[in-house]
Design a protein around this ligand. Sequence first.
Ligand code: ARG
Ligand code: MN
Ligand code: MN
Ligand code: MN
Length: 314
Amino acid sequence: RSAGIIGAPFSKGQSRGGVESGPDRIRAAGLLDRLQQLGCAVKDYGNLAFEDIVLDEPVRGSKSVRAVGRANQRLSEAVQAVKKDGHTAVMLGGDHSLAIGSIHGHTAAVGPLSVVWVDAHADVNTPLTSYTGNLHGQPMSYLLYELQSKVPVLPNFSWMKPCLSSQDLVYIGLRDVDPAEHYILKLLGVKVFCMSQVDQLGVARVMEETCDYLWNRAKKPIHLSYDIDAIDPFITPATGTPVVGGLTYREGLYITEHLCQTGLLSAVDLVEVNPLRGRTEDDVHSTVSTAVDLLLGCFGRLREGNHLPDYSLP
Ligand code: ARG
Ligand code: MN
Ligand code: MN
Ligand code: MN
């Protein structure tokens, strides 16, 4: 197992500054060392440099469309390079609009995917349904084949095409879904485990059913797109759009452990960590260290303990 880490310090999919420092804060919390201690080989591809776009007027109410389009084109290329080098790709955001390039690049490199989207939000608004005009609330609408006719042609998006079927997607943790998004999820029959279902079934059953559902078609490489706001803001307050009533730390971690042990996890996004949104340094620390723990869970860290295969007693 090896991890290829891409920092994506990008914040223009939403309006709050600070989320661009997520990658460096997550690295500074010791992610690379701790992955290596698990016996995981790590290659850090560094942070992407995103070009400044001077004239980026709103398009049909959506903001910074050209910047988001160009940044995701760069990210897609970077993810393809990491997959061609044979690593599990780890994309550190940045805001969730980056899932466009991450999922696009991942499929371009390995073919059809299963996507597990862990989030308080569905992020499936189209530019025409969004109340906020923020692209981080829209990435899934650009990726789904079934919504192609509902998404207008946008500047700097001509490099990409939809690449995901709504049958290959599972949401976990939803609790703040806009009416148009809810309509879309029902119309397409998307598999959703909202927080009520997590309450009802428990996270173990949710994960079993998630894998059964996805594997009913075929066992494909899994893309995990983890928005830190899926976790309860009591634990991860340093994020741009916190919503009460989220996953516990243990539920959040269990999702990563379960997906890791499938052996199919092929790329992970960890997005929306915003160090400037914490009120105290403790808020930021708790958010960042939870993000690191979720990533370690994706690479085989077990709460029962771990030891390297060549370990012997002194
Ligand atoms: N549904 C809202 C919107 O469209 C909130 C989206 C929040 N997304 C996120 N990635 N945190 O703007
Ligand atoms: Mn969210
Ligand atoms: Mn999100
Ligand atoms: Mn124990």
